[in-house]
Design a protein around this ligand. Structure first.
Ligand code: AMP
Length: 274
């Protein structure tokens, strides 16, 4: 494999987080991808970026770990209220306590950053108590250095298109969740977007794969975010943050991609297997 470059974009507006993205690319594609990331920050649904930072780091080929994407299945919910109920139940299935799931969800609903807006990164949440453990609650912890190989990208787009899901939100979230699930110490992840037009979200966990929920917030809502759940007793905070940032994961293979199942059926299947 040739040397890869990590390219990261972070954009702000009104002093707060607006948009962020990370890719792994070959040298020949760096300029093109840099342009796409800048365009994306300028055309964000929450407004045009006022400040954009790009950073590029060369990664030795030997550090790149190739991997398979998580399995994806969609849970169909009536509305975002049922979606949140389903997300709490899925998190509990993954080993998060009821209190941990409820508190994390309430924080995302209220706006996870101290000013009540969205964070740049994810909250790190104690799966038992729901306490937040990230050192800086405005910034959170950020996962980077993950992407699809170009062959896997084509295959994923075709497979998602058959399910009506070939959009940037799903592709990027699946890649991010795939990396986060490989970081030792992470039990589960909860996410819904801060894009006001995108109301779906997901729960991901090694025990569940990537479970997309058709609604987790009302349309027009700008507050969104991510929570990574960990067991406090096993936590090495420095190491976890380093792994999230620096472990290089290139997805070269797809997981299984399933269609939609109503929440009531998923609940019964999980209960029967528990
Ligand atoms: P998005 O899915 O891009 O709308 O992001 C939703 C929220 O997830 C953001 O507001 C951040 O809080 C968080 N987030 C986005 N990207 C990352 C990342 N690479 N690592 C950790 N958290 C992220």
């Amino acid at each position: 494999m040739n040397e890869l470059f990590s390219i990261r974009m972070h954009a702000t507006r009104g002093g707060g987080h607006l948009s962020g993205a990370e890719r792994l690319v070959q040298e020949a594609d760096l300029e093109g991808v840099a342009g796409q990331l800048i365009r994306r920050a300028l055309a964000h649904p929450r407004g045009c970026a006022e400040n954009i930072r790009l950073s590029v780091d060369a990664l030795p080929a030997a550090t790149v770990r190739t991997s398979r994407l998580p399995d994806l299945a969609t849970v169909r919910v009536r509305d975002y209220r049922q979606g949140r109920e389903a997300a709490e139940a899925l998190l509990q299935h993954a080993g998060v306590s009821a209190r941990g799931a409820t508190r994390a969800m309430a924080t995302l609903v209220a706006g996870a950053a101290p000013d009540g807006r969205s964070m740049r990164g994810a909250m790190l949440v104690d799966a038992e108590s729901g306490d937040r453990l990230e050192p800086d609650p405005a910034r959170g912890v950020r996962a980077s250095r993950m992407d699809l190989s170009s062959v896997a990208e084509v295959q994923l787009r075709q497979a998602l298109a058959r399910l009506g899901l070939d959009n940037e939100h799903v592709r990027e979230a699946l890649v991010l969740a795939g990396k986060v699930m490989q970081v030792p110490g992470i039990l589960a992840e909860l996410c819904w977007s801060d894009d006001p037009d995108y109301t779906a979200g997901y729960v991901a966990a090694p025990a569940l794969g990537y479970r997309r929920l058709t609604a987790l917030k009302p349309a027009g809502e700008e507050r969104g975010g991510r929570a990574f759940f960990v067991r406090r007793s096993d936590l090495n905070l420095e190491q976890l943050q380093r792994d999230l940032r620096e472990m290089v994961v290139l997805f070269t293979e797809l997981g299984e991609l399933a269609g939609e199942t109503p929440w009531e059926d998923v609940r019964d299947i999980l209960a029967a297997g528990a």
